[in-house]
Design a protein around this ligand. Sequence first.
Ligand SMILES: Nc1ncnc2c1ncn2[C@@H]1O[C@H](COP(=O)(O)OP(=O)(O)OP(=O)(O)O)[C@@H](O)[C@H]1O
Length: 899
Amino acid sequence: MGAIGGEELARWEKVQGMSGREEKILVLVRLRPLSEKEIARNEVSDWECINESTILFRNSLQERSGLPTAYSFDRVFRGDCSTREVYEQGTKGIALSVVNGINSSIFAYGQTSSGKTYTMIGITEYTVADIYDYIQRHEERAFVLKFSAMEIYNEHVRDLLSADSTPLRLLDDPEKGTIVEKLTEEVLRDWNHLKQLLSICEAQRQVGETSLNETSSRSHQIIRLTIESSAREFLGKDNSTTLAASVNFVDLAGSERASQALSAGARLKEGCHINRSLLTLGTVIRKLSKGRHGHVNYRDSKLTRILQPCLGGNARTAIICTLSPARSHVEQSRNTLLFASCAKEVNTNAQVNVVMSDKALVKHLQKELARLESELRAPAPTSNSEYTALLRKKDLQIEKMEKEIRELTKQHDLAQSRVEDLLRMLGNVEASKGLEENGSSLKWQEDVEDEYSESESVSRADPQSQAMGVGKLNAIQYADSEGESNDEVPNMQIQRNFEDHSAFNGTSSPSSVRGKFVRSNPYWSQHELAQDSGDESDDMCKEVQCIEMGDVNMDRNSKSPAVPSGENGRIGSVTRSSNEDLAETPAGLSHGALEQKFRDLRKAVDSLNSPFPDELSPQDMTADMSSSGSLKLTRSWSAREKIITDSSSPSFEKSVLHDETPPTGFEKDFPGRPEVTRKKWSPLDYNVHGGILSKNDSLSSIGTASVKNSAHEDEDITSLHTFVAGLQEMAKLQCGKQLVDGQDQEPGTVADISGKIVKDVGVNPMEDEMENTPDWSSEFQRLQRALIELWQSCNALHRERVKLSKLMQKRFSEEERTKLYEKWGIALNSKRRKLQLAYKLWSESNNTNHIIESATIVAKLIRFLEQGNALKEMFGLSFTPQRPSRRTLSWKNSMSSLL
Ligand SMILES: Nc1ncnc2c1ncn2[C@@H]1O[C@H](COP(=O)(O)OP(=O)(O)OP(=O)(O)O)[C@@H](O)[C@H]1O
C-alpha cells in the first residue's frame, strides 16, 4: 500500500477492514418465463420460487427420482421479476464495490436460451449508470473510467473493440496475474461514449442461430470497466494515491446439448468449445468449493485463466444462474443449480487496491535500490534471512508431521497398554484355574485339534508356511509384560514349545528355558526400547487403510470376534469357518502358536535382510494365510518366506561384508548363529547407500510409482492386520497358557472377570456354550474395538499426512527433497544398525530372555522399516520427471547455494 494522506488513509483503512476478509460468492438464481416457442410446444413450467431464497421443483412424476426438489440460494427471482429488481436486490452492492477500489465481477451462467444475455445487458447498464451517479456525487475525487471488452470464441481471445479478429495472447504478469496482450482499453468520456462502445461489442460478438435460441451467443463475453480515483486535494503531490479496481461483466455462452440445439458444423464445434470451457469452470468452482487445497486447474481454459481473480481471488463476485422453467430442460436446469450450489461455497478475498503515485513509487524504488546496493557491498549475515525463513517454514511443516506421528504412536501405546491391562487381569484368573477345568480344556483341545486337523494339515506338512509376521512377534513382545516379576511358576506349555522349537530347528535347547518373560537385557533396556519407539515415531510415515465399521461385527452366534481381513484396504468381517473358529480357541493354539512364533521371529529377522516390498508379487500380496489354520489374513508375509528360502545359504559373516553399515567391534568378532539360522545379511533395500537415500533410486515415473505405491499400501495393510492378529493371538495364547497351566481354581475370580466382561461388552462368558471355558472372545472384541478406534484415527492422520506430503511435493524442489531423503536415510540406517545388533543378540544367545528382548526389538524395527518404506514410496512419487518451473529453478538455486 502506498503512502496515503491522513484522512484518506483512515478512510481506506476502514474500507480495507470491511473488504479485506473472506466472503462467499453471492449466488442468485433467475427463472425466466416460458418463451413463446415453449408455450407453443405446450411445455409446462416445473420450477417455482416459493420464497425469496428457495426454488422448488414441482413435478410429481420426477419427485420420486431421489434428486433434491428444493434449492436455496442467496436470492431467487421469479419469472416475472424485472432485471432492475435483480440488480437492485442482488448484484448492486457487489458491482459498486469497484468505486471503493475493490474488484468485482458479475457472471451470468446457465443453459442456452435461459436469459443470460438478457440479464447481463440490463445489469451492465444499471451498474454503469450508478457508477456515473456516484461520480457525480463525489466531486472531491477525480475519476478515470476505462472500458475494454473481449470474447473467448472457440478458445481464442478476441478484442471486441477492434476490427482485427486476430486472437490475442494471454501473458502471465507476476503482479497482475493473467493479462490479455494488446487488448484495447478506451477511456470513457461520458455515458454516451459507453453506450456506443457497448453497441460495438454487441455487433462484434459471435452470435448464431440454434433451434433453442435465434440469437444464441457463441462466445463468452467479458466487459471490463476499470475505475481509478484519486482525492483531488492530493493530486500531483508526492503522497497521492489512487484506487484502482475493475468490474467484470461476464456473459457466458450457454451450455447446450447438441441434440437439443440441433447444432451441426460450425455450431457444433462452437458448442463443443463452449461446453468444454464451462466444464473447466465447473471443475474450478467445485474444487474451490471444497477449500483451497491442492491444485486448481485455472489454466485448463482461457476463460478460467482470465477469470482467476474473480474465482476465489481478489474480487467480490456474484453469479446469476439463469433457468428455463420448461420441463424439457429440467436436466440442464438441475446442472445449473448444482453449479450454483458449488459456487455458494466458494470464498473470495477482496482487497482495496491502492496504487501509489509515480513520484511515490519512484521514491520507494530509490529507497529499495539503495538498500539493495548497501546489502551488496557488505553482505550482512541476514542476507540469507529470506531463505532461512523459508527453511524454517518447511521445518515447521516437518515438525507438524512429526507431531502427528508422535500422536499416532501415543495412540498405539494406549492400545498396547490396554492389552497389557487385559493380560494382567487374565493373570489373576491364572491363579484360580483348577485342574478340573484344565482337564476339560485339554479334552476340548483334543476335540479342537481333531476338528481342524484338516485345515492345519498344510501347515503341519510345511511349518514354514505358518509365517505369521509382525503380529506374532508383537505377541511375544506383549506377552512379556505379564512376567516382569521373577515368578518361578513353570509354564509347561511354553517350555515345551521352546523345546519343540529347538528340536525343529536342530538347535540345542537351552536347559533353563522357562515361560518367564523377564525384561532384563544386557544390551537394550526397556527404557531404551521406549526411546527407540519414540525415534521411530519421528521417522515413520505409515500408511493406514480405511476401515468400514460395518464390517467389523461380532457374530454372536459363532462367538467369533471380528478380525481384520486386510483385503483391499478394509478391515473385513470375520470370514472364518467353524473349523477356524475352533482352531483359534485358546487352548488349541498355545502349543503350536508359540512354536510358530519362534519360527516367525527368525523368519522376520531374516526377511528384513531382503528388500521384501519390492519382491512381493501380486500373488504374494493376495496369498491367504488361512492355510495356517490360524486367523484368516489376506496378503500374507509369504513373500518373506520365499526370500528366506532363497537366501538361506550364505553365511552371516560373509553377508555382513555386503552391508554398508560398518560393523562395530562387537559385530566383527561375531561367528554367527548355527548354520541353520544363518541367513544372508544383504543390505536393506531402502535405497540407503551409506546412510543416504539415493535420489536416483527414489526416482520413479508416474506409472511405476503408482503401481508400486498401491503395492505398498497393500503391504501396510498386511502389517497392520498382522499386528491386530498378533494382539489377538497374544491374548488367546495367554488364555491358553492359563488354561493349560491349571492353577488353583478360585471360582470367585472367574465370576469377577466374567462379571466385568458382562459389564463392559454385555456378553456373559459364563453362558457360553462351552460352559467351563470363559468367552475370551468378548474381551478380544473389546480390545478390537479399541484397535479400530486407533485405526480410525490413524486413517484420519494418514489422510492429513498425504495432504501434507502433496504439499511438500509441490513446495519442495528436487534438491530439497533429496536432502529430506538423506535425513530420513540416516535415521533408517541407524535403525538398521540396531537391527543388526538385535539379530546378533538373538543369533548368538542361548538365553531365552535375550531372545524375547530381540523379538521386541525386531518387531519394532520391522514396523519402523515398513514405515520408512511407505515414506520412501510416498516421496518417491514426488520425483516425477517434469519440466521445472521458473519457481522450482529459483528454489533449486537458492537451496543449492544454502546447502
Ligand atoms: N427474464 C426474461 N423475461 C423475458 N424474456 C426473457 C427473459 N430472459 C430471457 N428472455 C428471452 O429469452 C430469449 C433467450 O435469452 P438470451 O439470449 O438472453 O439467452 P442466453 O442464455 O443468453 O442464450 P445463449 O446462451 O444461447 O446466448 C431471448 O429472446 C430473451 O429476450
